[in-house]
Design a protein around this ligand. Sequence first.
Ligand SMILES: Nc1nc2c(ncn2[C@@H]2O[C@@H]3COP(=O)(O)O[C@H]4[C@@H](O)[C@H](n5cnc6c(=O)[nH]c(N)nc65)O[C@@H]4COP(=O)(O)O[C@H]3[C@H]2O)c(=O)[nH]1
Length: 828
Amino acid sequence: AEREVVVGVYQNAPKITADADGQPSGILGDLLGEIARSQQWQLKPVQCDWAYCLQLLQAGEIDLLPDVAYTEQRALQLDFHETPALYSWSQLYTAPGVSLNSIEQLAGKTVLVLQDSVQQHYLQRWSTESGIAVQLSTVRSMPEAFALLSAGQAEVVAANHYFGQAQRNKYNLTQSNVIFQPSRLFYATKKGYNQDLLTVIETRLAQWQSNASSPYYQVLQRWGTNTPQRQVPQYVWLILAMLSSLLLLALAGAWWLKRQVSDKTRHLQVSEDRLNTILNSVDAHIYIKDIKGRYQYVNRKVAQLFGCEPAEAVGRRDDAFFDAASSANIQQNDQKVLQLGERLVEEEYNTSLDGEQSHTFLSVKLPLRDNRGHIYALCGISTDITELKQHQQEIHQLAFYDVLTGLPNRRMVLERLKHAVEFKQRQTDSAQGALLFIDLDHFKDLNDSLGHAMGDQLLQQVAQRLQTHLRKVDTLARLGGDEFVVLLTDLHPDIELSSQKASLIGEKIVQLLAEPFELQERPYTISASVGVAMFSDGCNSDELLQRADLAMYDAKDRGRNGVRFFNQQMQADVSSRADIVNGLRLALAQQQFVLHFQPQLQRDAGVVGAEVLIRWQHPTEGMIAPAHFIPVAESSGQIQAIGRWVLQQSCHQLAEWARWPETANWYLAVNISARQLHSSGFVAEVSKVLQDSGARPQCLVLEITESQLLQDIDSVIAKMQQLTALGVRFSLDDFGTGYSSLSYLKRLPLRQLKIDRSFVRDILTDPNDKAIIKTILALGQSLELAVIAEGVETDDQYQKLLQLGCQQFQGYYFGKPESLDVFMKNCK
Ligand SMILES: Nc1nc2c(ncn2[C@@H]2O[C@@H]3COP(=O)(O)O[C@H]4[C@@H](O)[C@H](n5cnc6c(=O)[nH]c(N)nc65)O[C@@H]4COP(=O)(O)O[C@H]3[C@H]2O)c(=O)[nH]1
């Protein structure tokens, strides 16, 4: 049976067209006719325009379509035989008057193309990839396109060269030399259908193309294409293909590059924006300077500091923004980075050009290197640490300076002292040093009387006065309260000379502070005691301070308002005092105290009583006199317990004496310390002891000294009155040595004045002492007080006292302080 083959036919002479009967004609039509005849196929032509033909083929409406250029796209839907039926290429044809030498000149022109043709697809892709806008206008057939072009409706038409060659003269068109897209033309079938047709066509074409007298070449001749398909030499095709590929590649490359560049540019811009946002929002000054110190980049923070826009800073150097000293320093740091190529971290103190603003920066600078490692710039990050520095300064000020006077404080001077001492110990031949300890005399009285605000004012004035008179190298510091020290570190290496100098400075300080100050617009006079300790071998700073302190106390002990140098005796005193304090702790518990009794006599009556005097029977040191331990016990507070014990023992003794007629009226004079007298429970304590012992209060005489009355006199008087009410008597010891005032003497419920033994001692030789004794006796008479003279050692003294009218006596002349047994024996 005949094979019916439905063939699509469209107008594209000379390749394909329909003859008068509608049968396929043209090169490919005739060729198909020849094959059909040889195969007894019955061709059923379907007239269609190109695009429609393609649609019909894809839809399976037609079996075979001639003149289909191979493309990969089409190969997805269509099947092709292997040997091309024809080789062709595309060419551009122009309307009269339009010239075209290169494909780029298509820009802005309207180009007619056959719808769904390879030309349309090629030019569309080229336009997109090259970025050259071409207006493509599609037509249904090539004759239509040529007609439109010749009618001036368009400027260019893209056609396969077979059609163009054959028709251009008819339409009066010009063939440009722009050729493109070499293509191979085939008969095509719908994918998967009519493979048999293609097999036959392939066989025929392969046979015929290798035979010059075959129907293939006859058909070609018939259609005026004398040029057999291979007439265009192979190499032209190759070149054309290469050129075209190259062009495509170049265009694709250009397009790709352009895209890359624009992508990169866009990315760069995004990155730069992002980076700028970060750089401008961080709290640091970030900049880049070239090797000549010119800013290449500054972030917003730097621009704010410079008071300009970031762009305005670029190209300028630091001397445009900072004063000369600052910019010189910055430049020096920059050079270190640029020349040594090292990272630098430095504090920079920069002052603005007008000198009005100063900031401290912590700057980190690093070199920037190119690919070859050459430094071409530096990058700096500077953080403003001005506030931090101020805080540090404040903290330092608080930690090392005294708030009231602004002087270095204890901590600072001790640190300096430590360094100075250590330095001196390392370099023994270096300058000598000394520490002067200054304490204001009776500063507490000022505080108590005028208040702390006045006290503070005085301390400030003292600090100021001392500071203005001391040299810069000397450290004046306030230790606290009214204590100041001066550290001298550059004295002459010779110890003699340096001690003289330190002494002079100490004296000068005493003099300076003795001059009146002004408080509440009134002159105020104060004095100071100064202790001096010279740097010496093996003495550390703490010991030195202690030594100066001891010396100062010694100056106080010696009447204040003077200078004392530390000596080893002071040290010995201190350690012996420590021994005493420790020993006293055990003494009471271990019953190491004993009482001695010294007789007191009444003129014409003999012994009337005794003074009780304590002794310390030390287990190793032997008998210790009260002068050695009573003052220590006073200052250590141990006197209270000791005093209570003395009182208890005395009262027991009185109670014991009360049992015997010859001693029943004897009294005992007991020394009362200041601490005892001022303690709040003193009255209760005495009355309890009296009660417990059963002693008669009238026989108890409490000896107090004038100095104990200086403080809190009203309360002392009240206590004395309460005890007097019980019957207890009071005697004022050491009378005449202090500054008794008649006014309070009258208010005190005293029974007796005791003439100090220093007056008695010289009564025969010193008319003054004699006059004093006379006065005391007269005073006693007028105040109705008994007067007893103590320290009577000789008969001459006794006679003189009798002569002056003294009635009562105590002294070695009558009897030394002895144990109770000895005392009692002596009295018999
Ligand atoms: N050169 C000389 N000295 C004479 C003579 N007659 C007496 N004395 C000494 O003079 C001191 C008199 O005691 P005081 O002035 O109360 O001075 C006492 C008193 O202030 C204190 N004291 C003694 N016992 C006690 C006590 O139990 N309690 C308190 N708080 N102090 C006491 O110790 C001080 C010294 O006492 P003592 O060493 O016993 O020294 C005694 C005594 O031995 C004399 O003719 N020539």
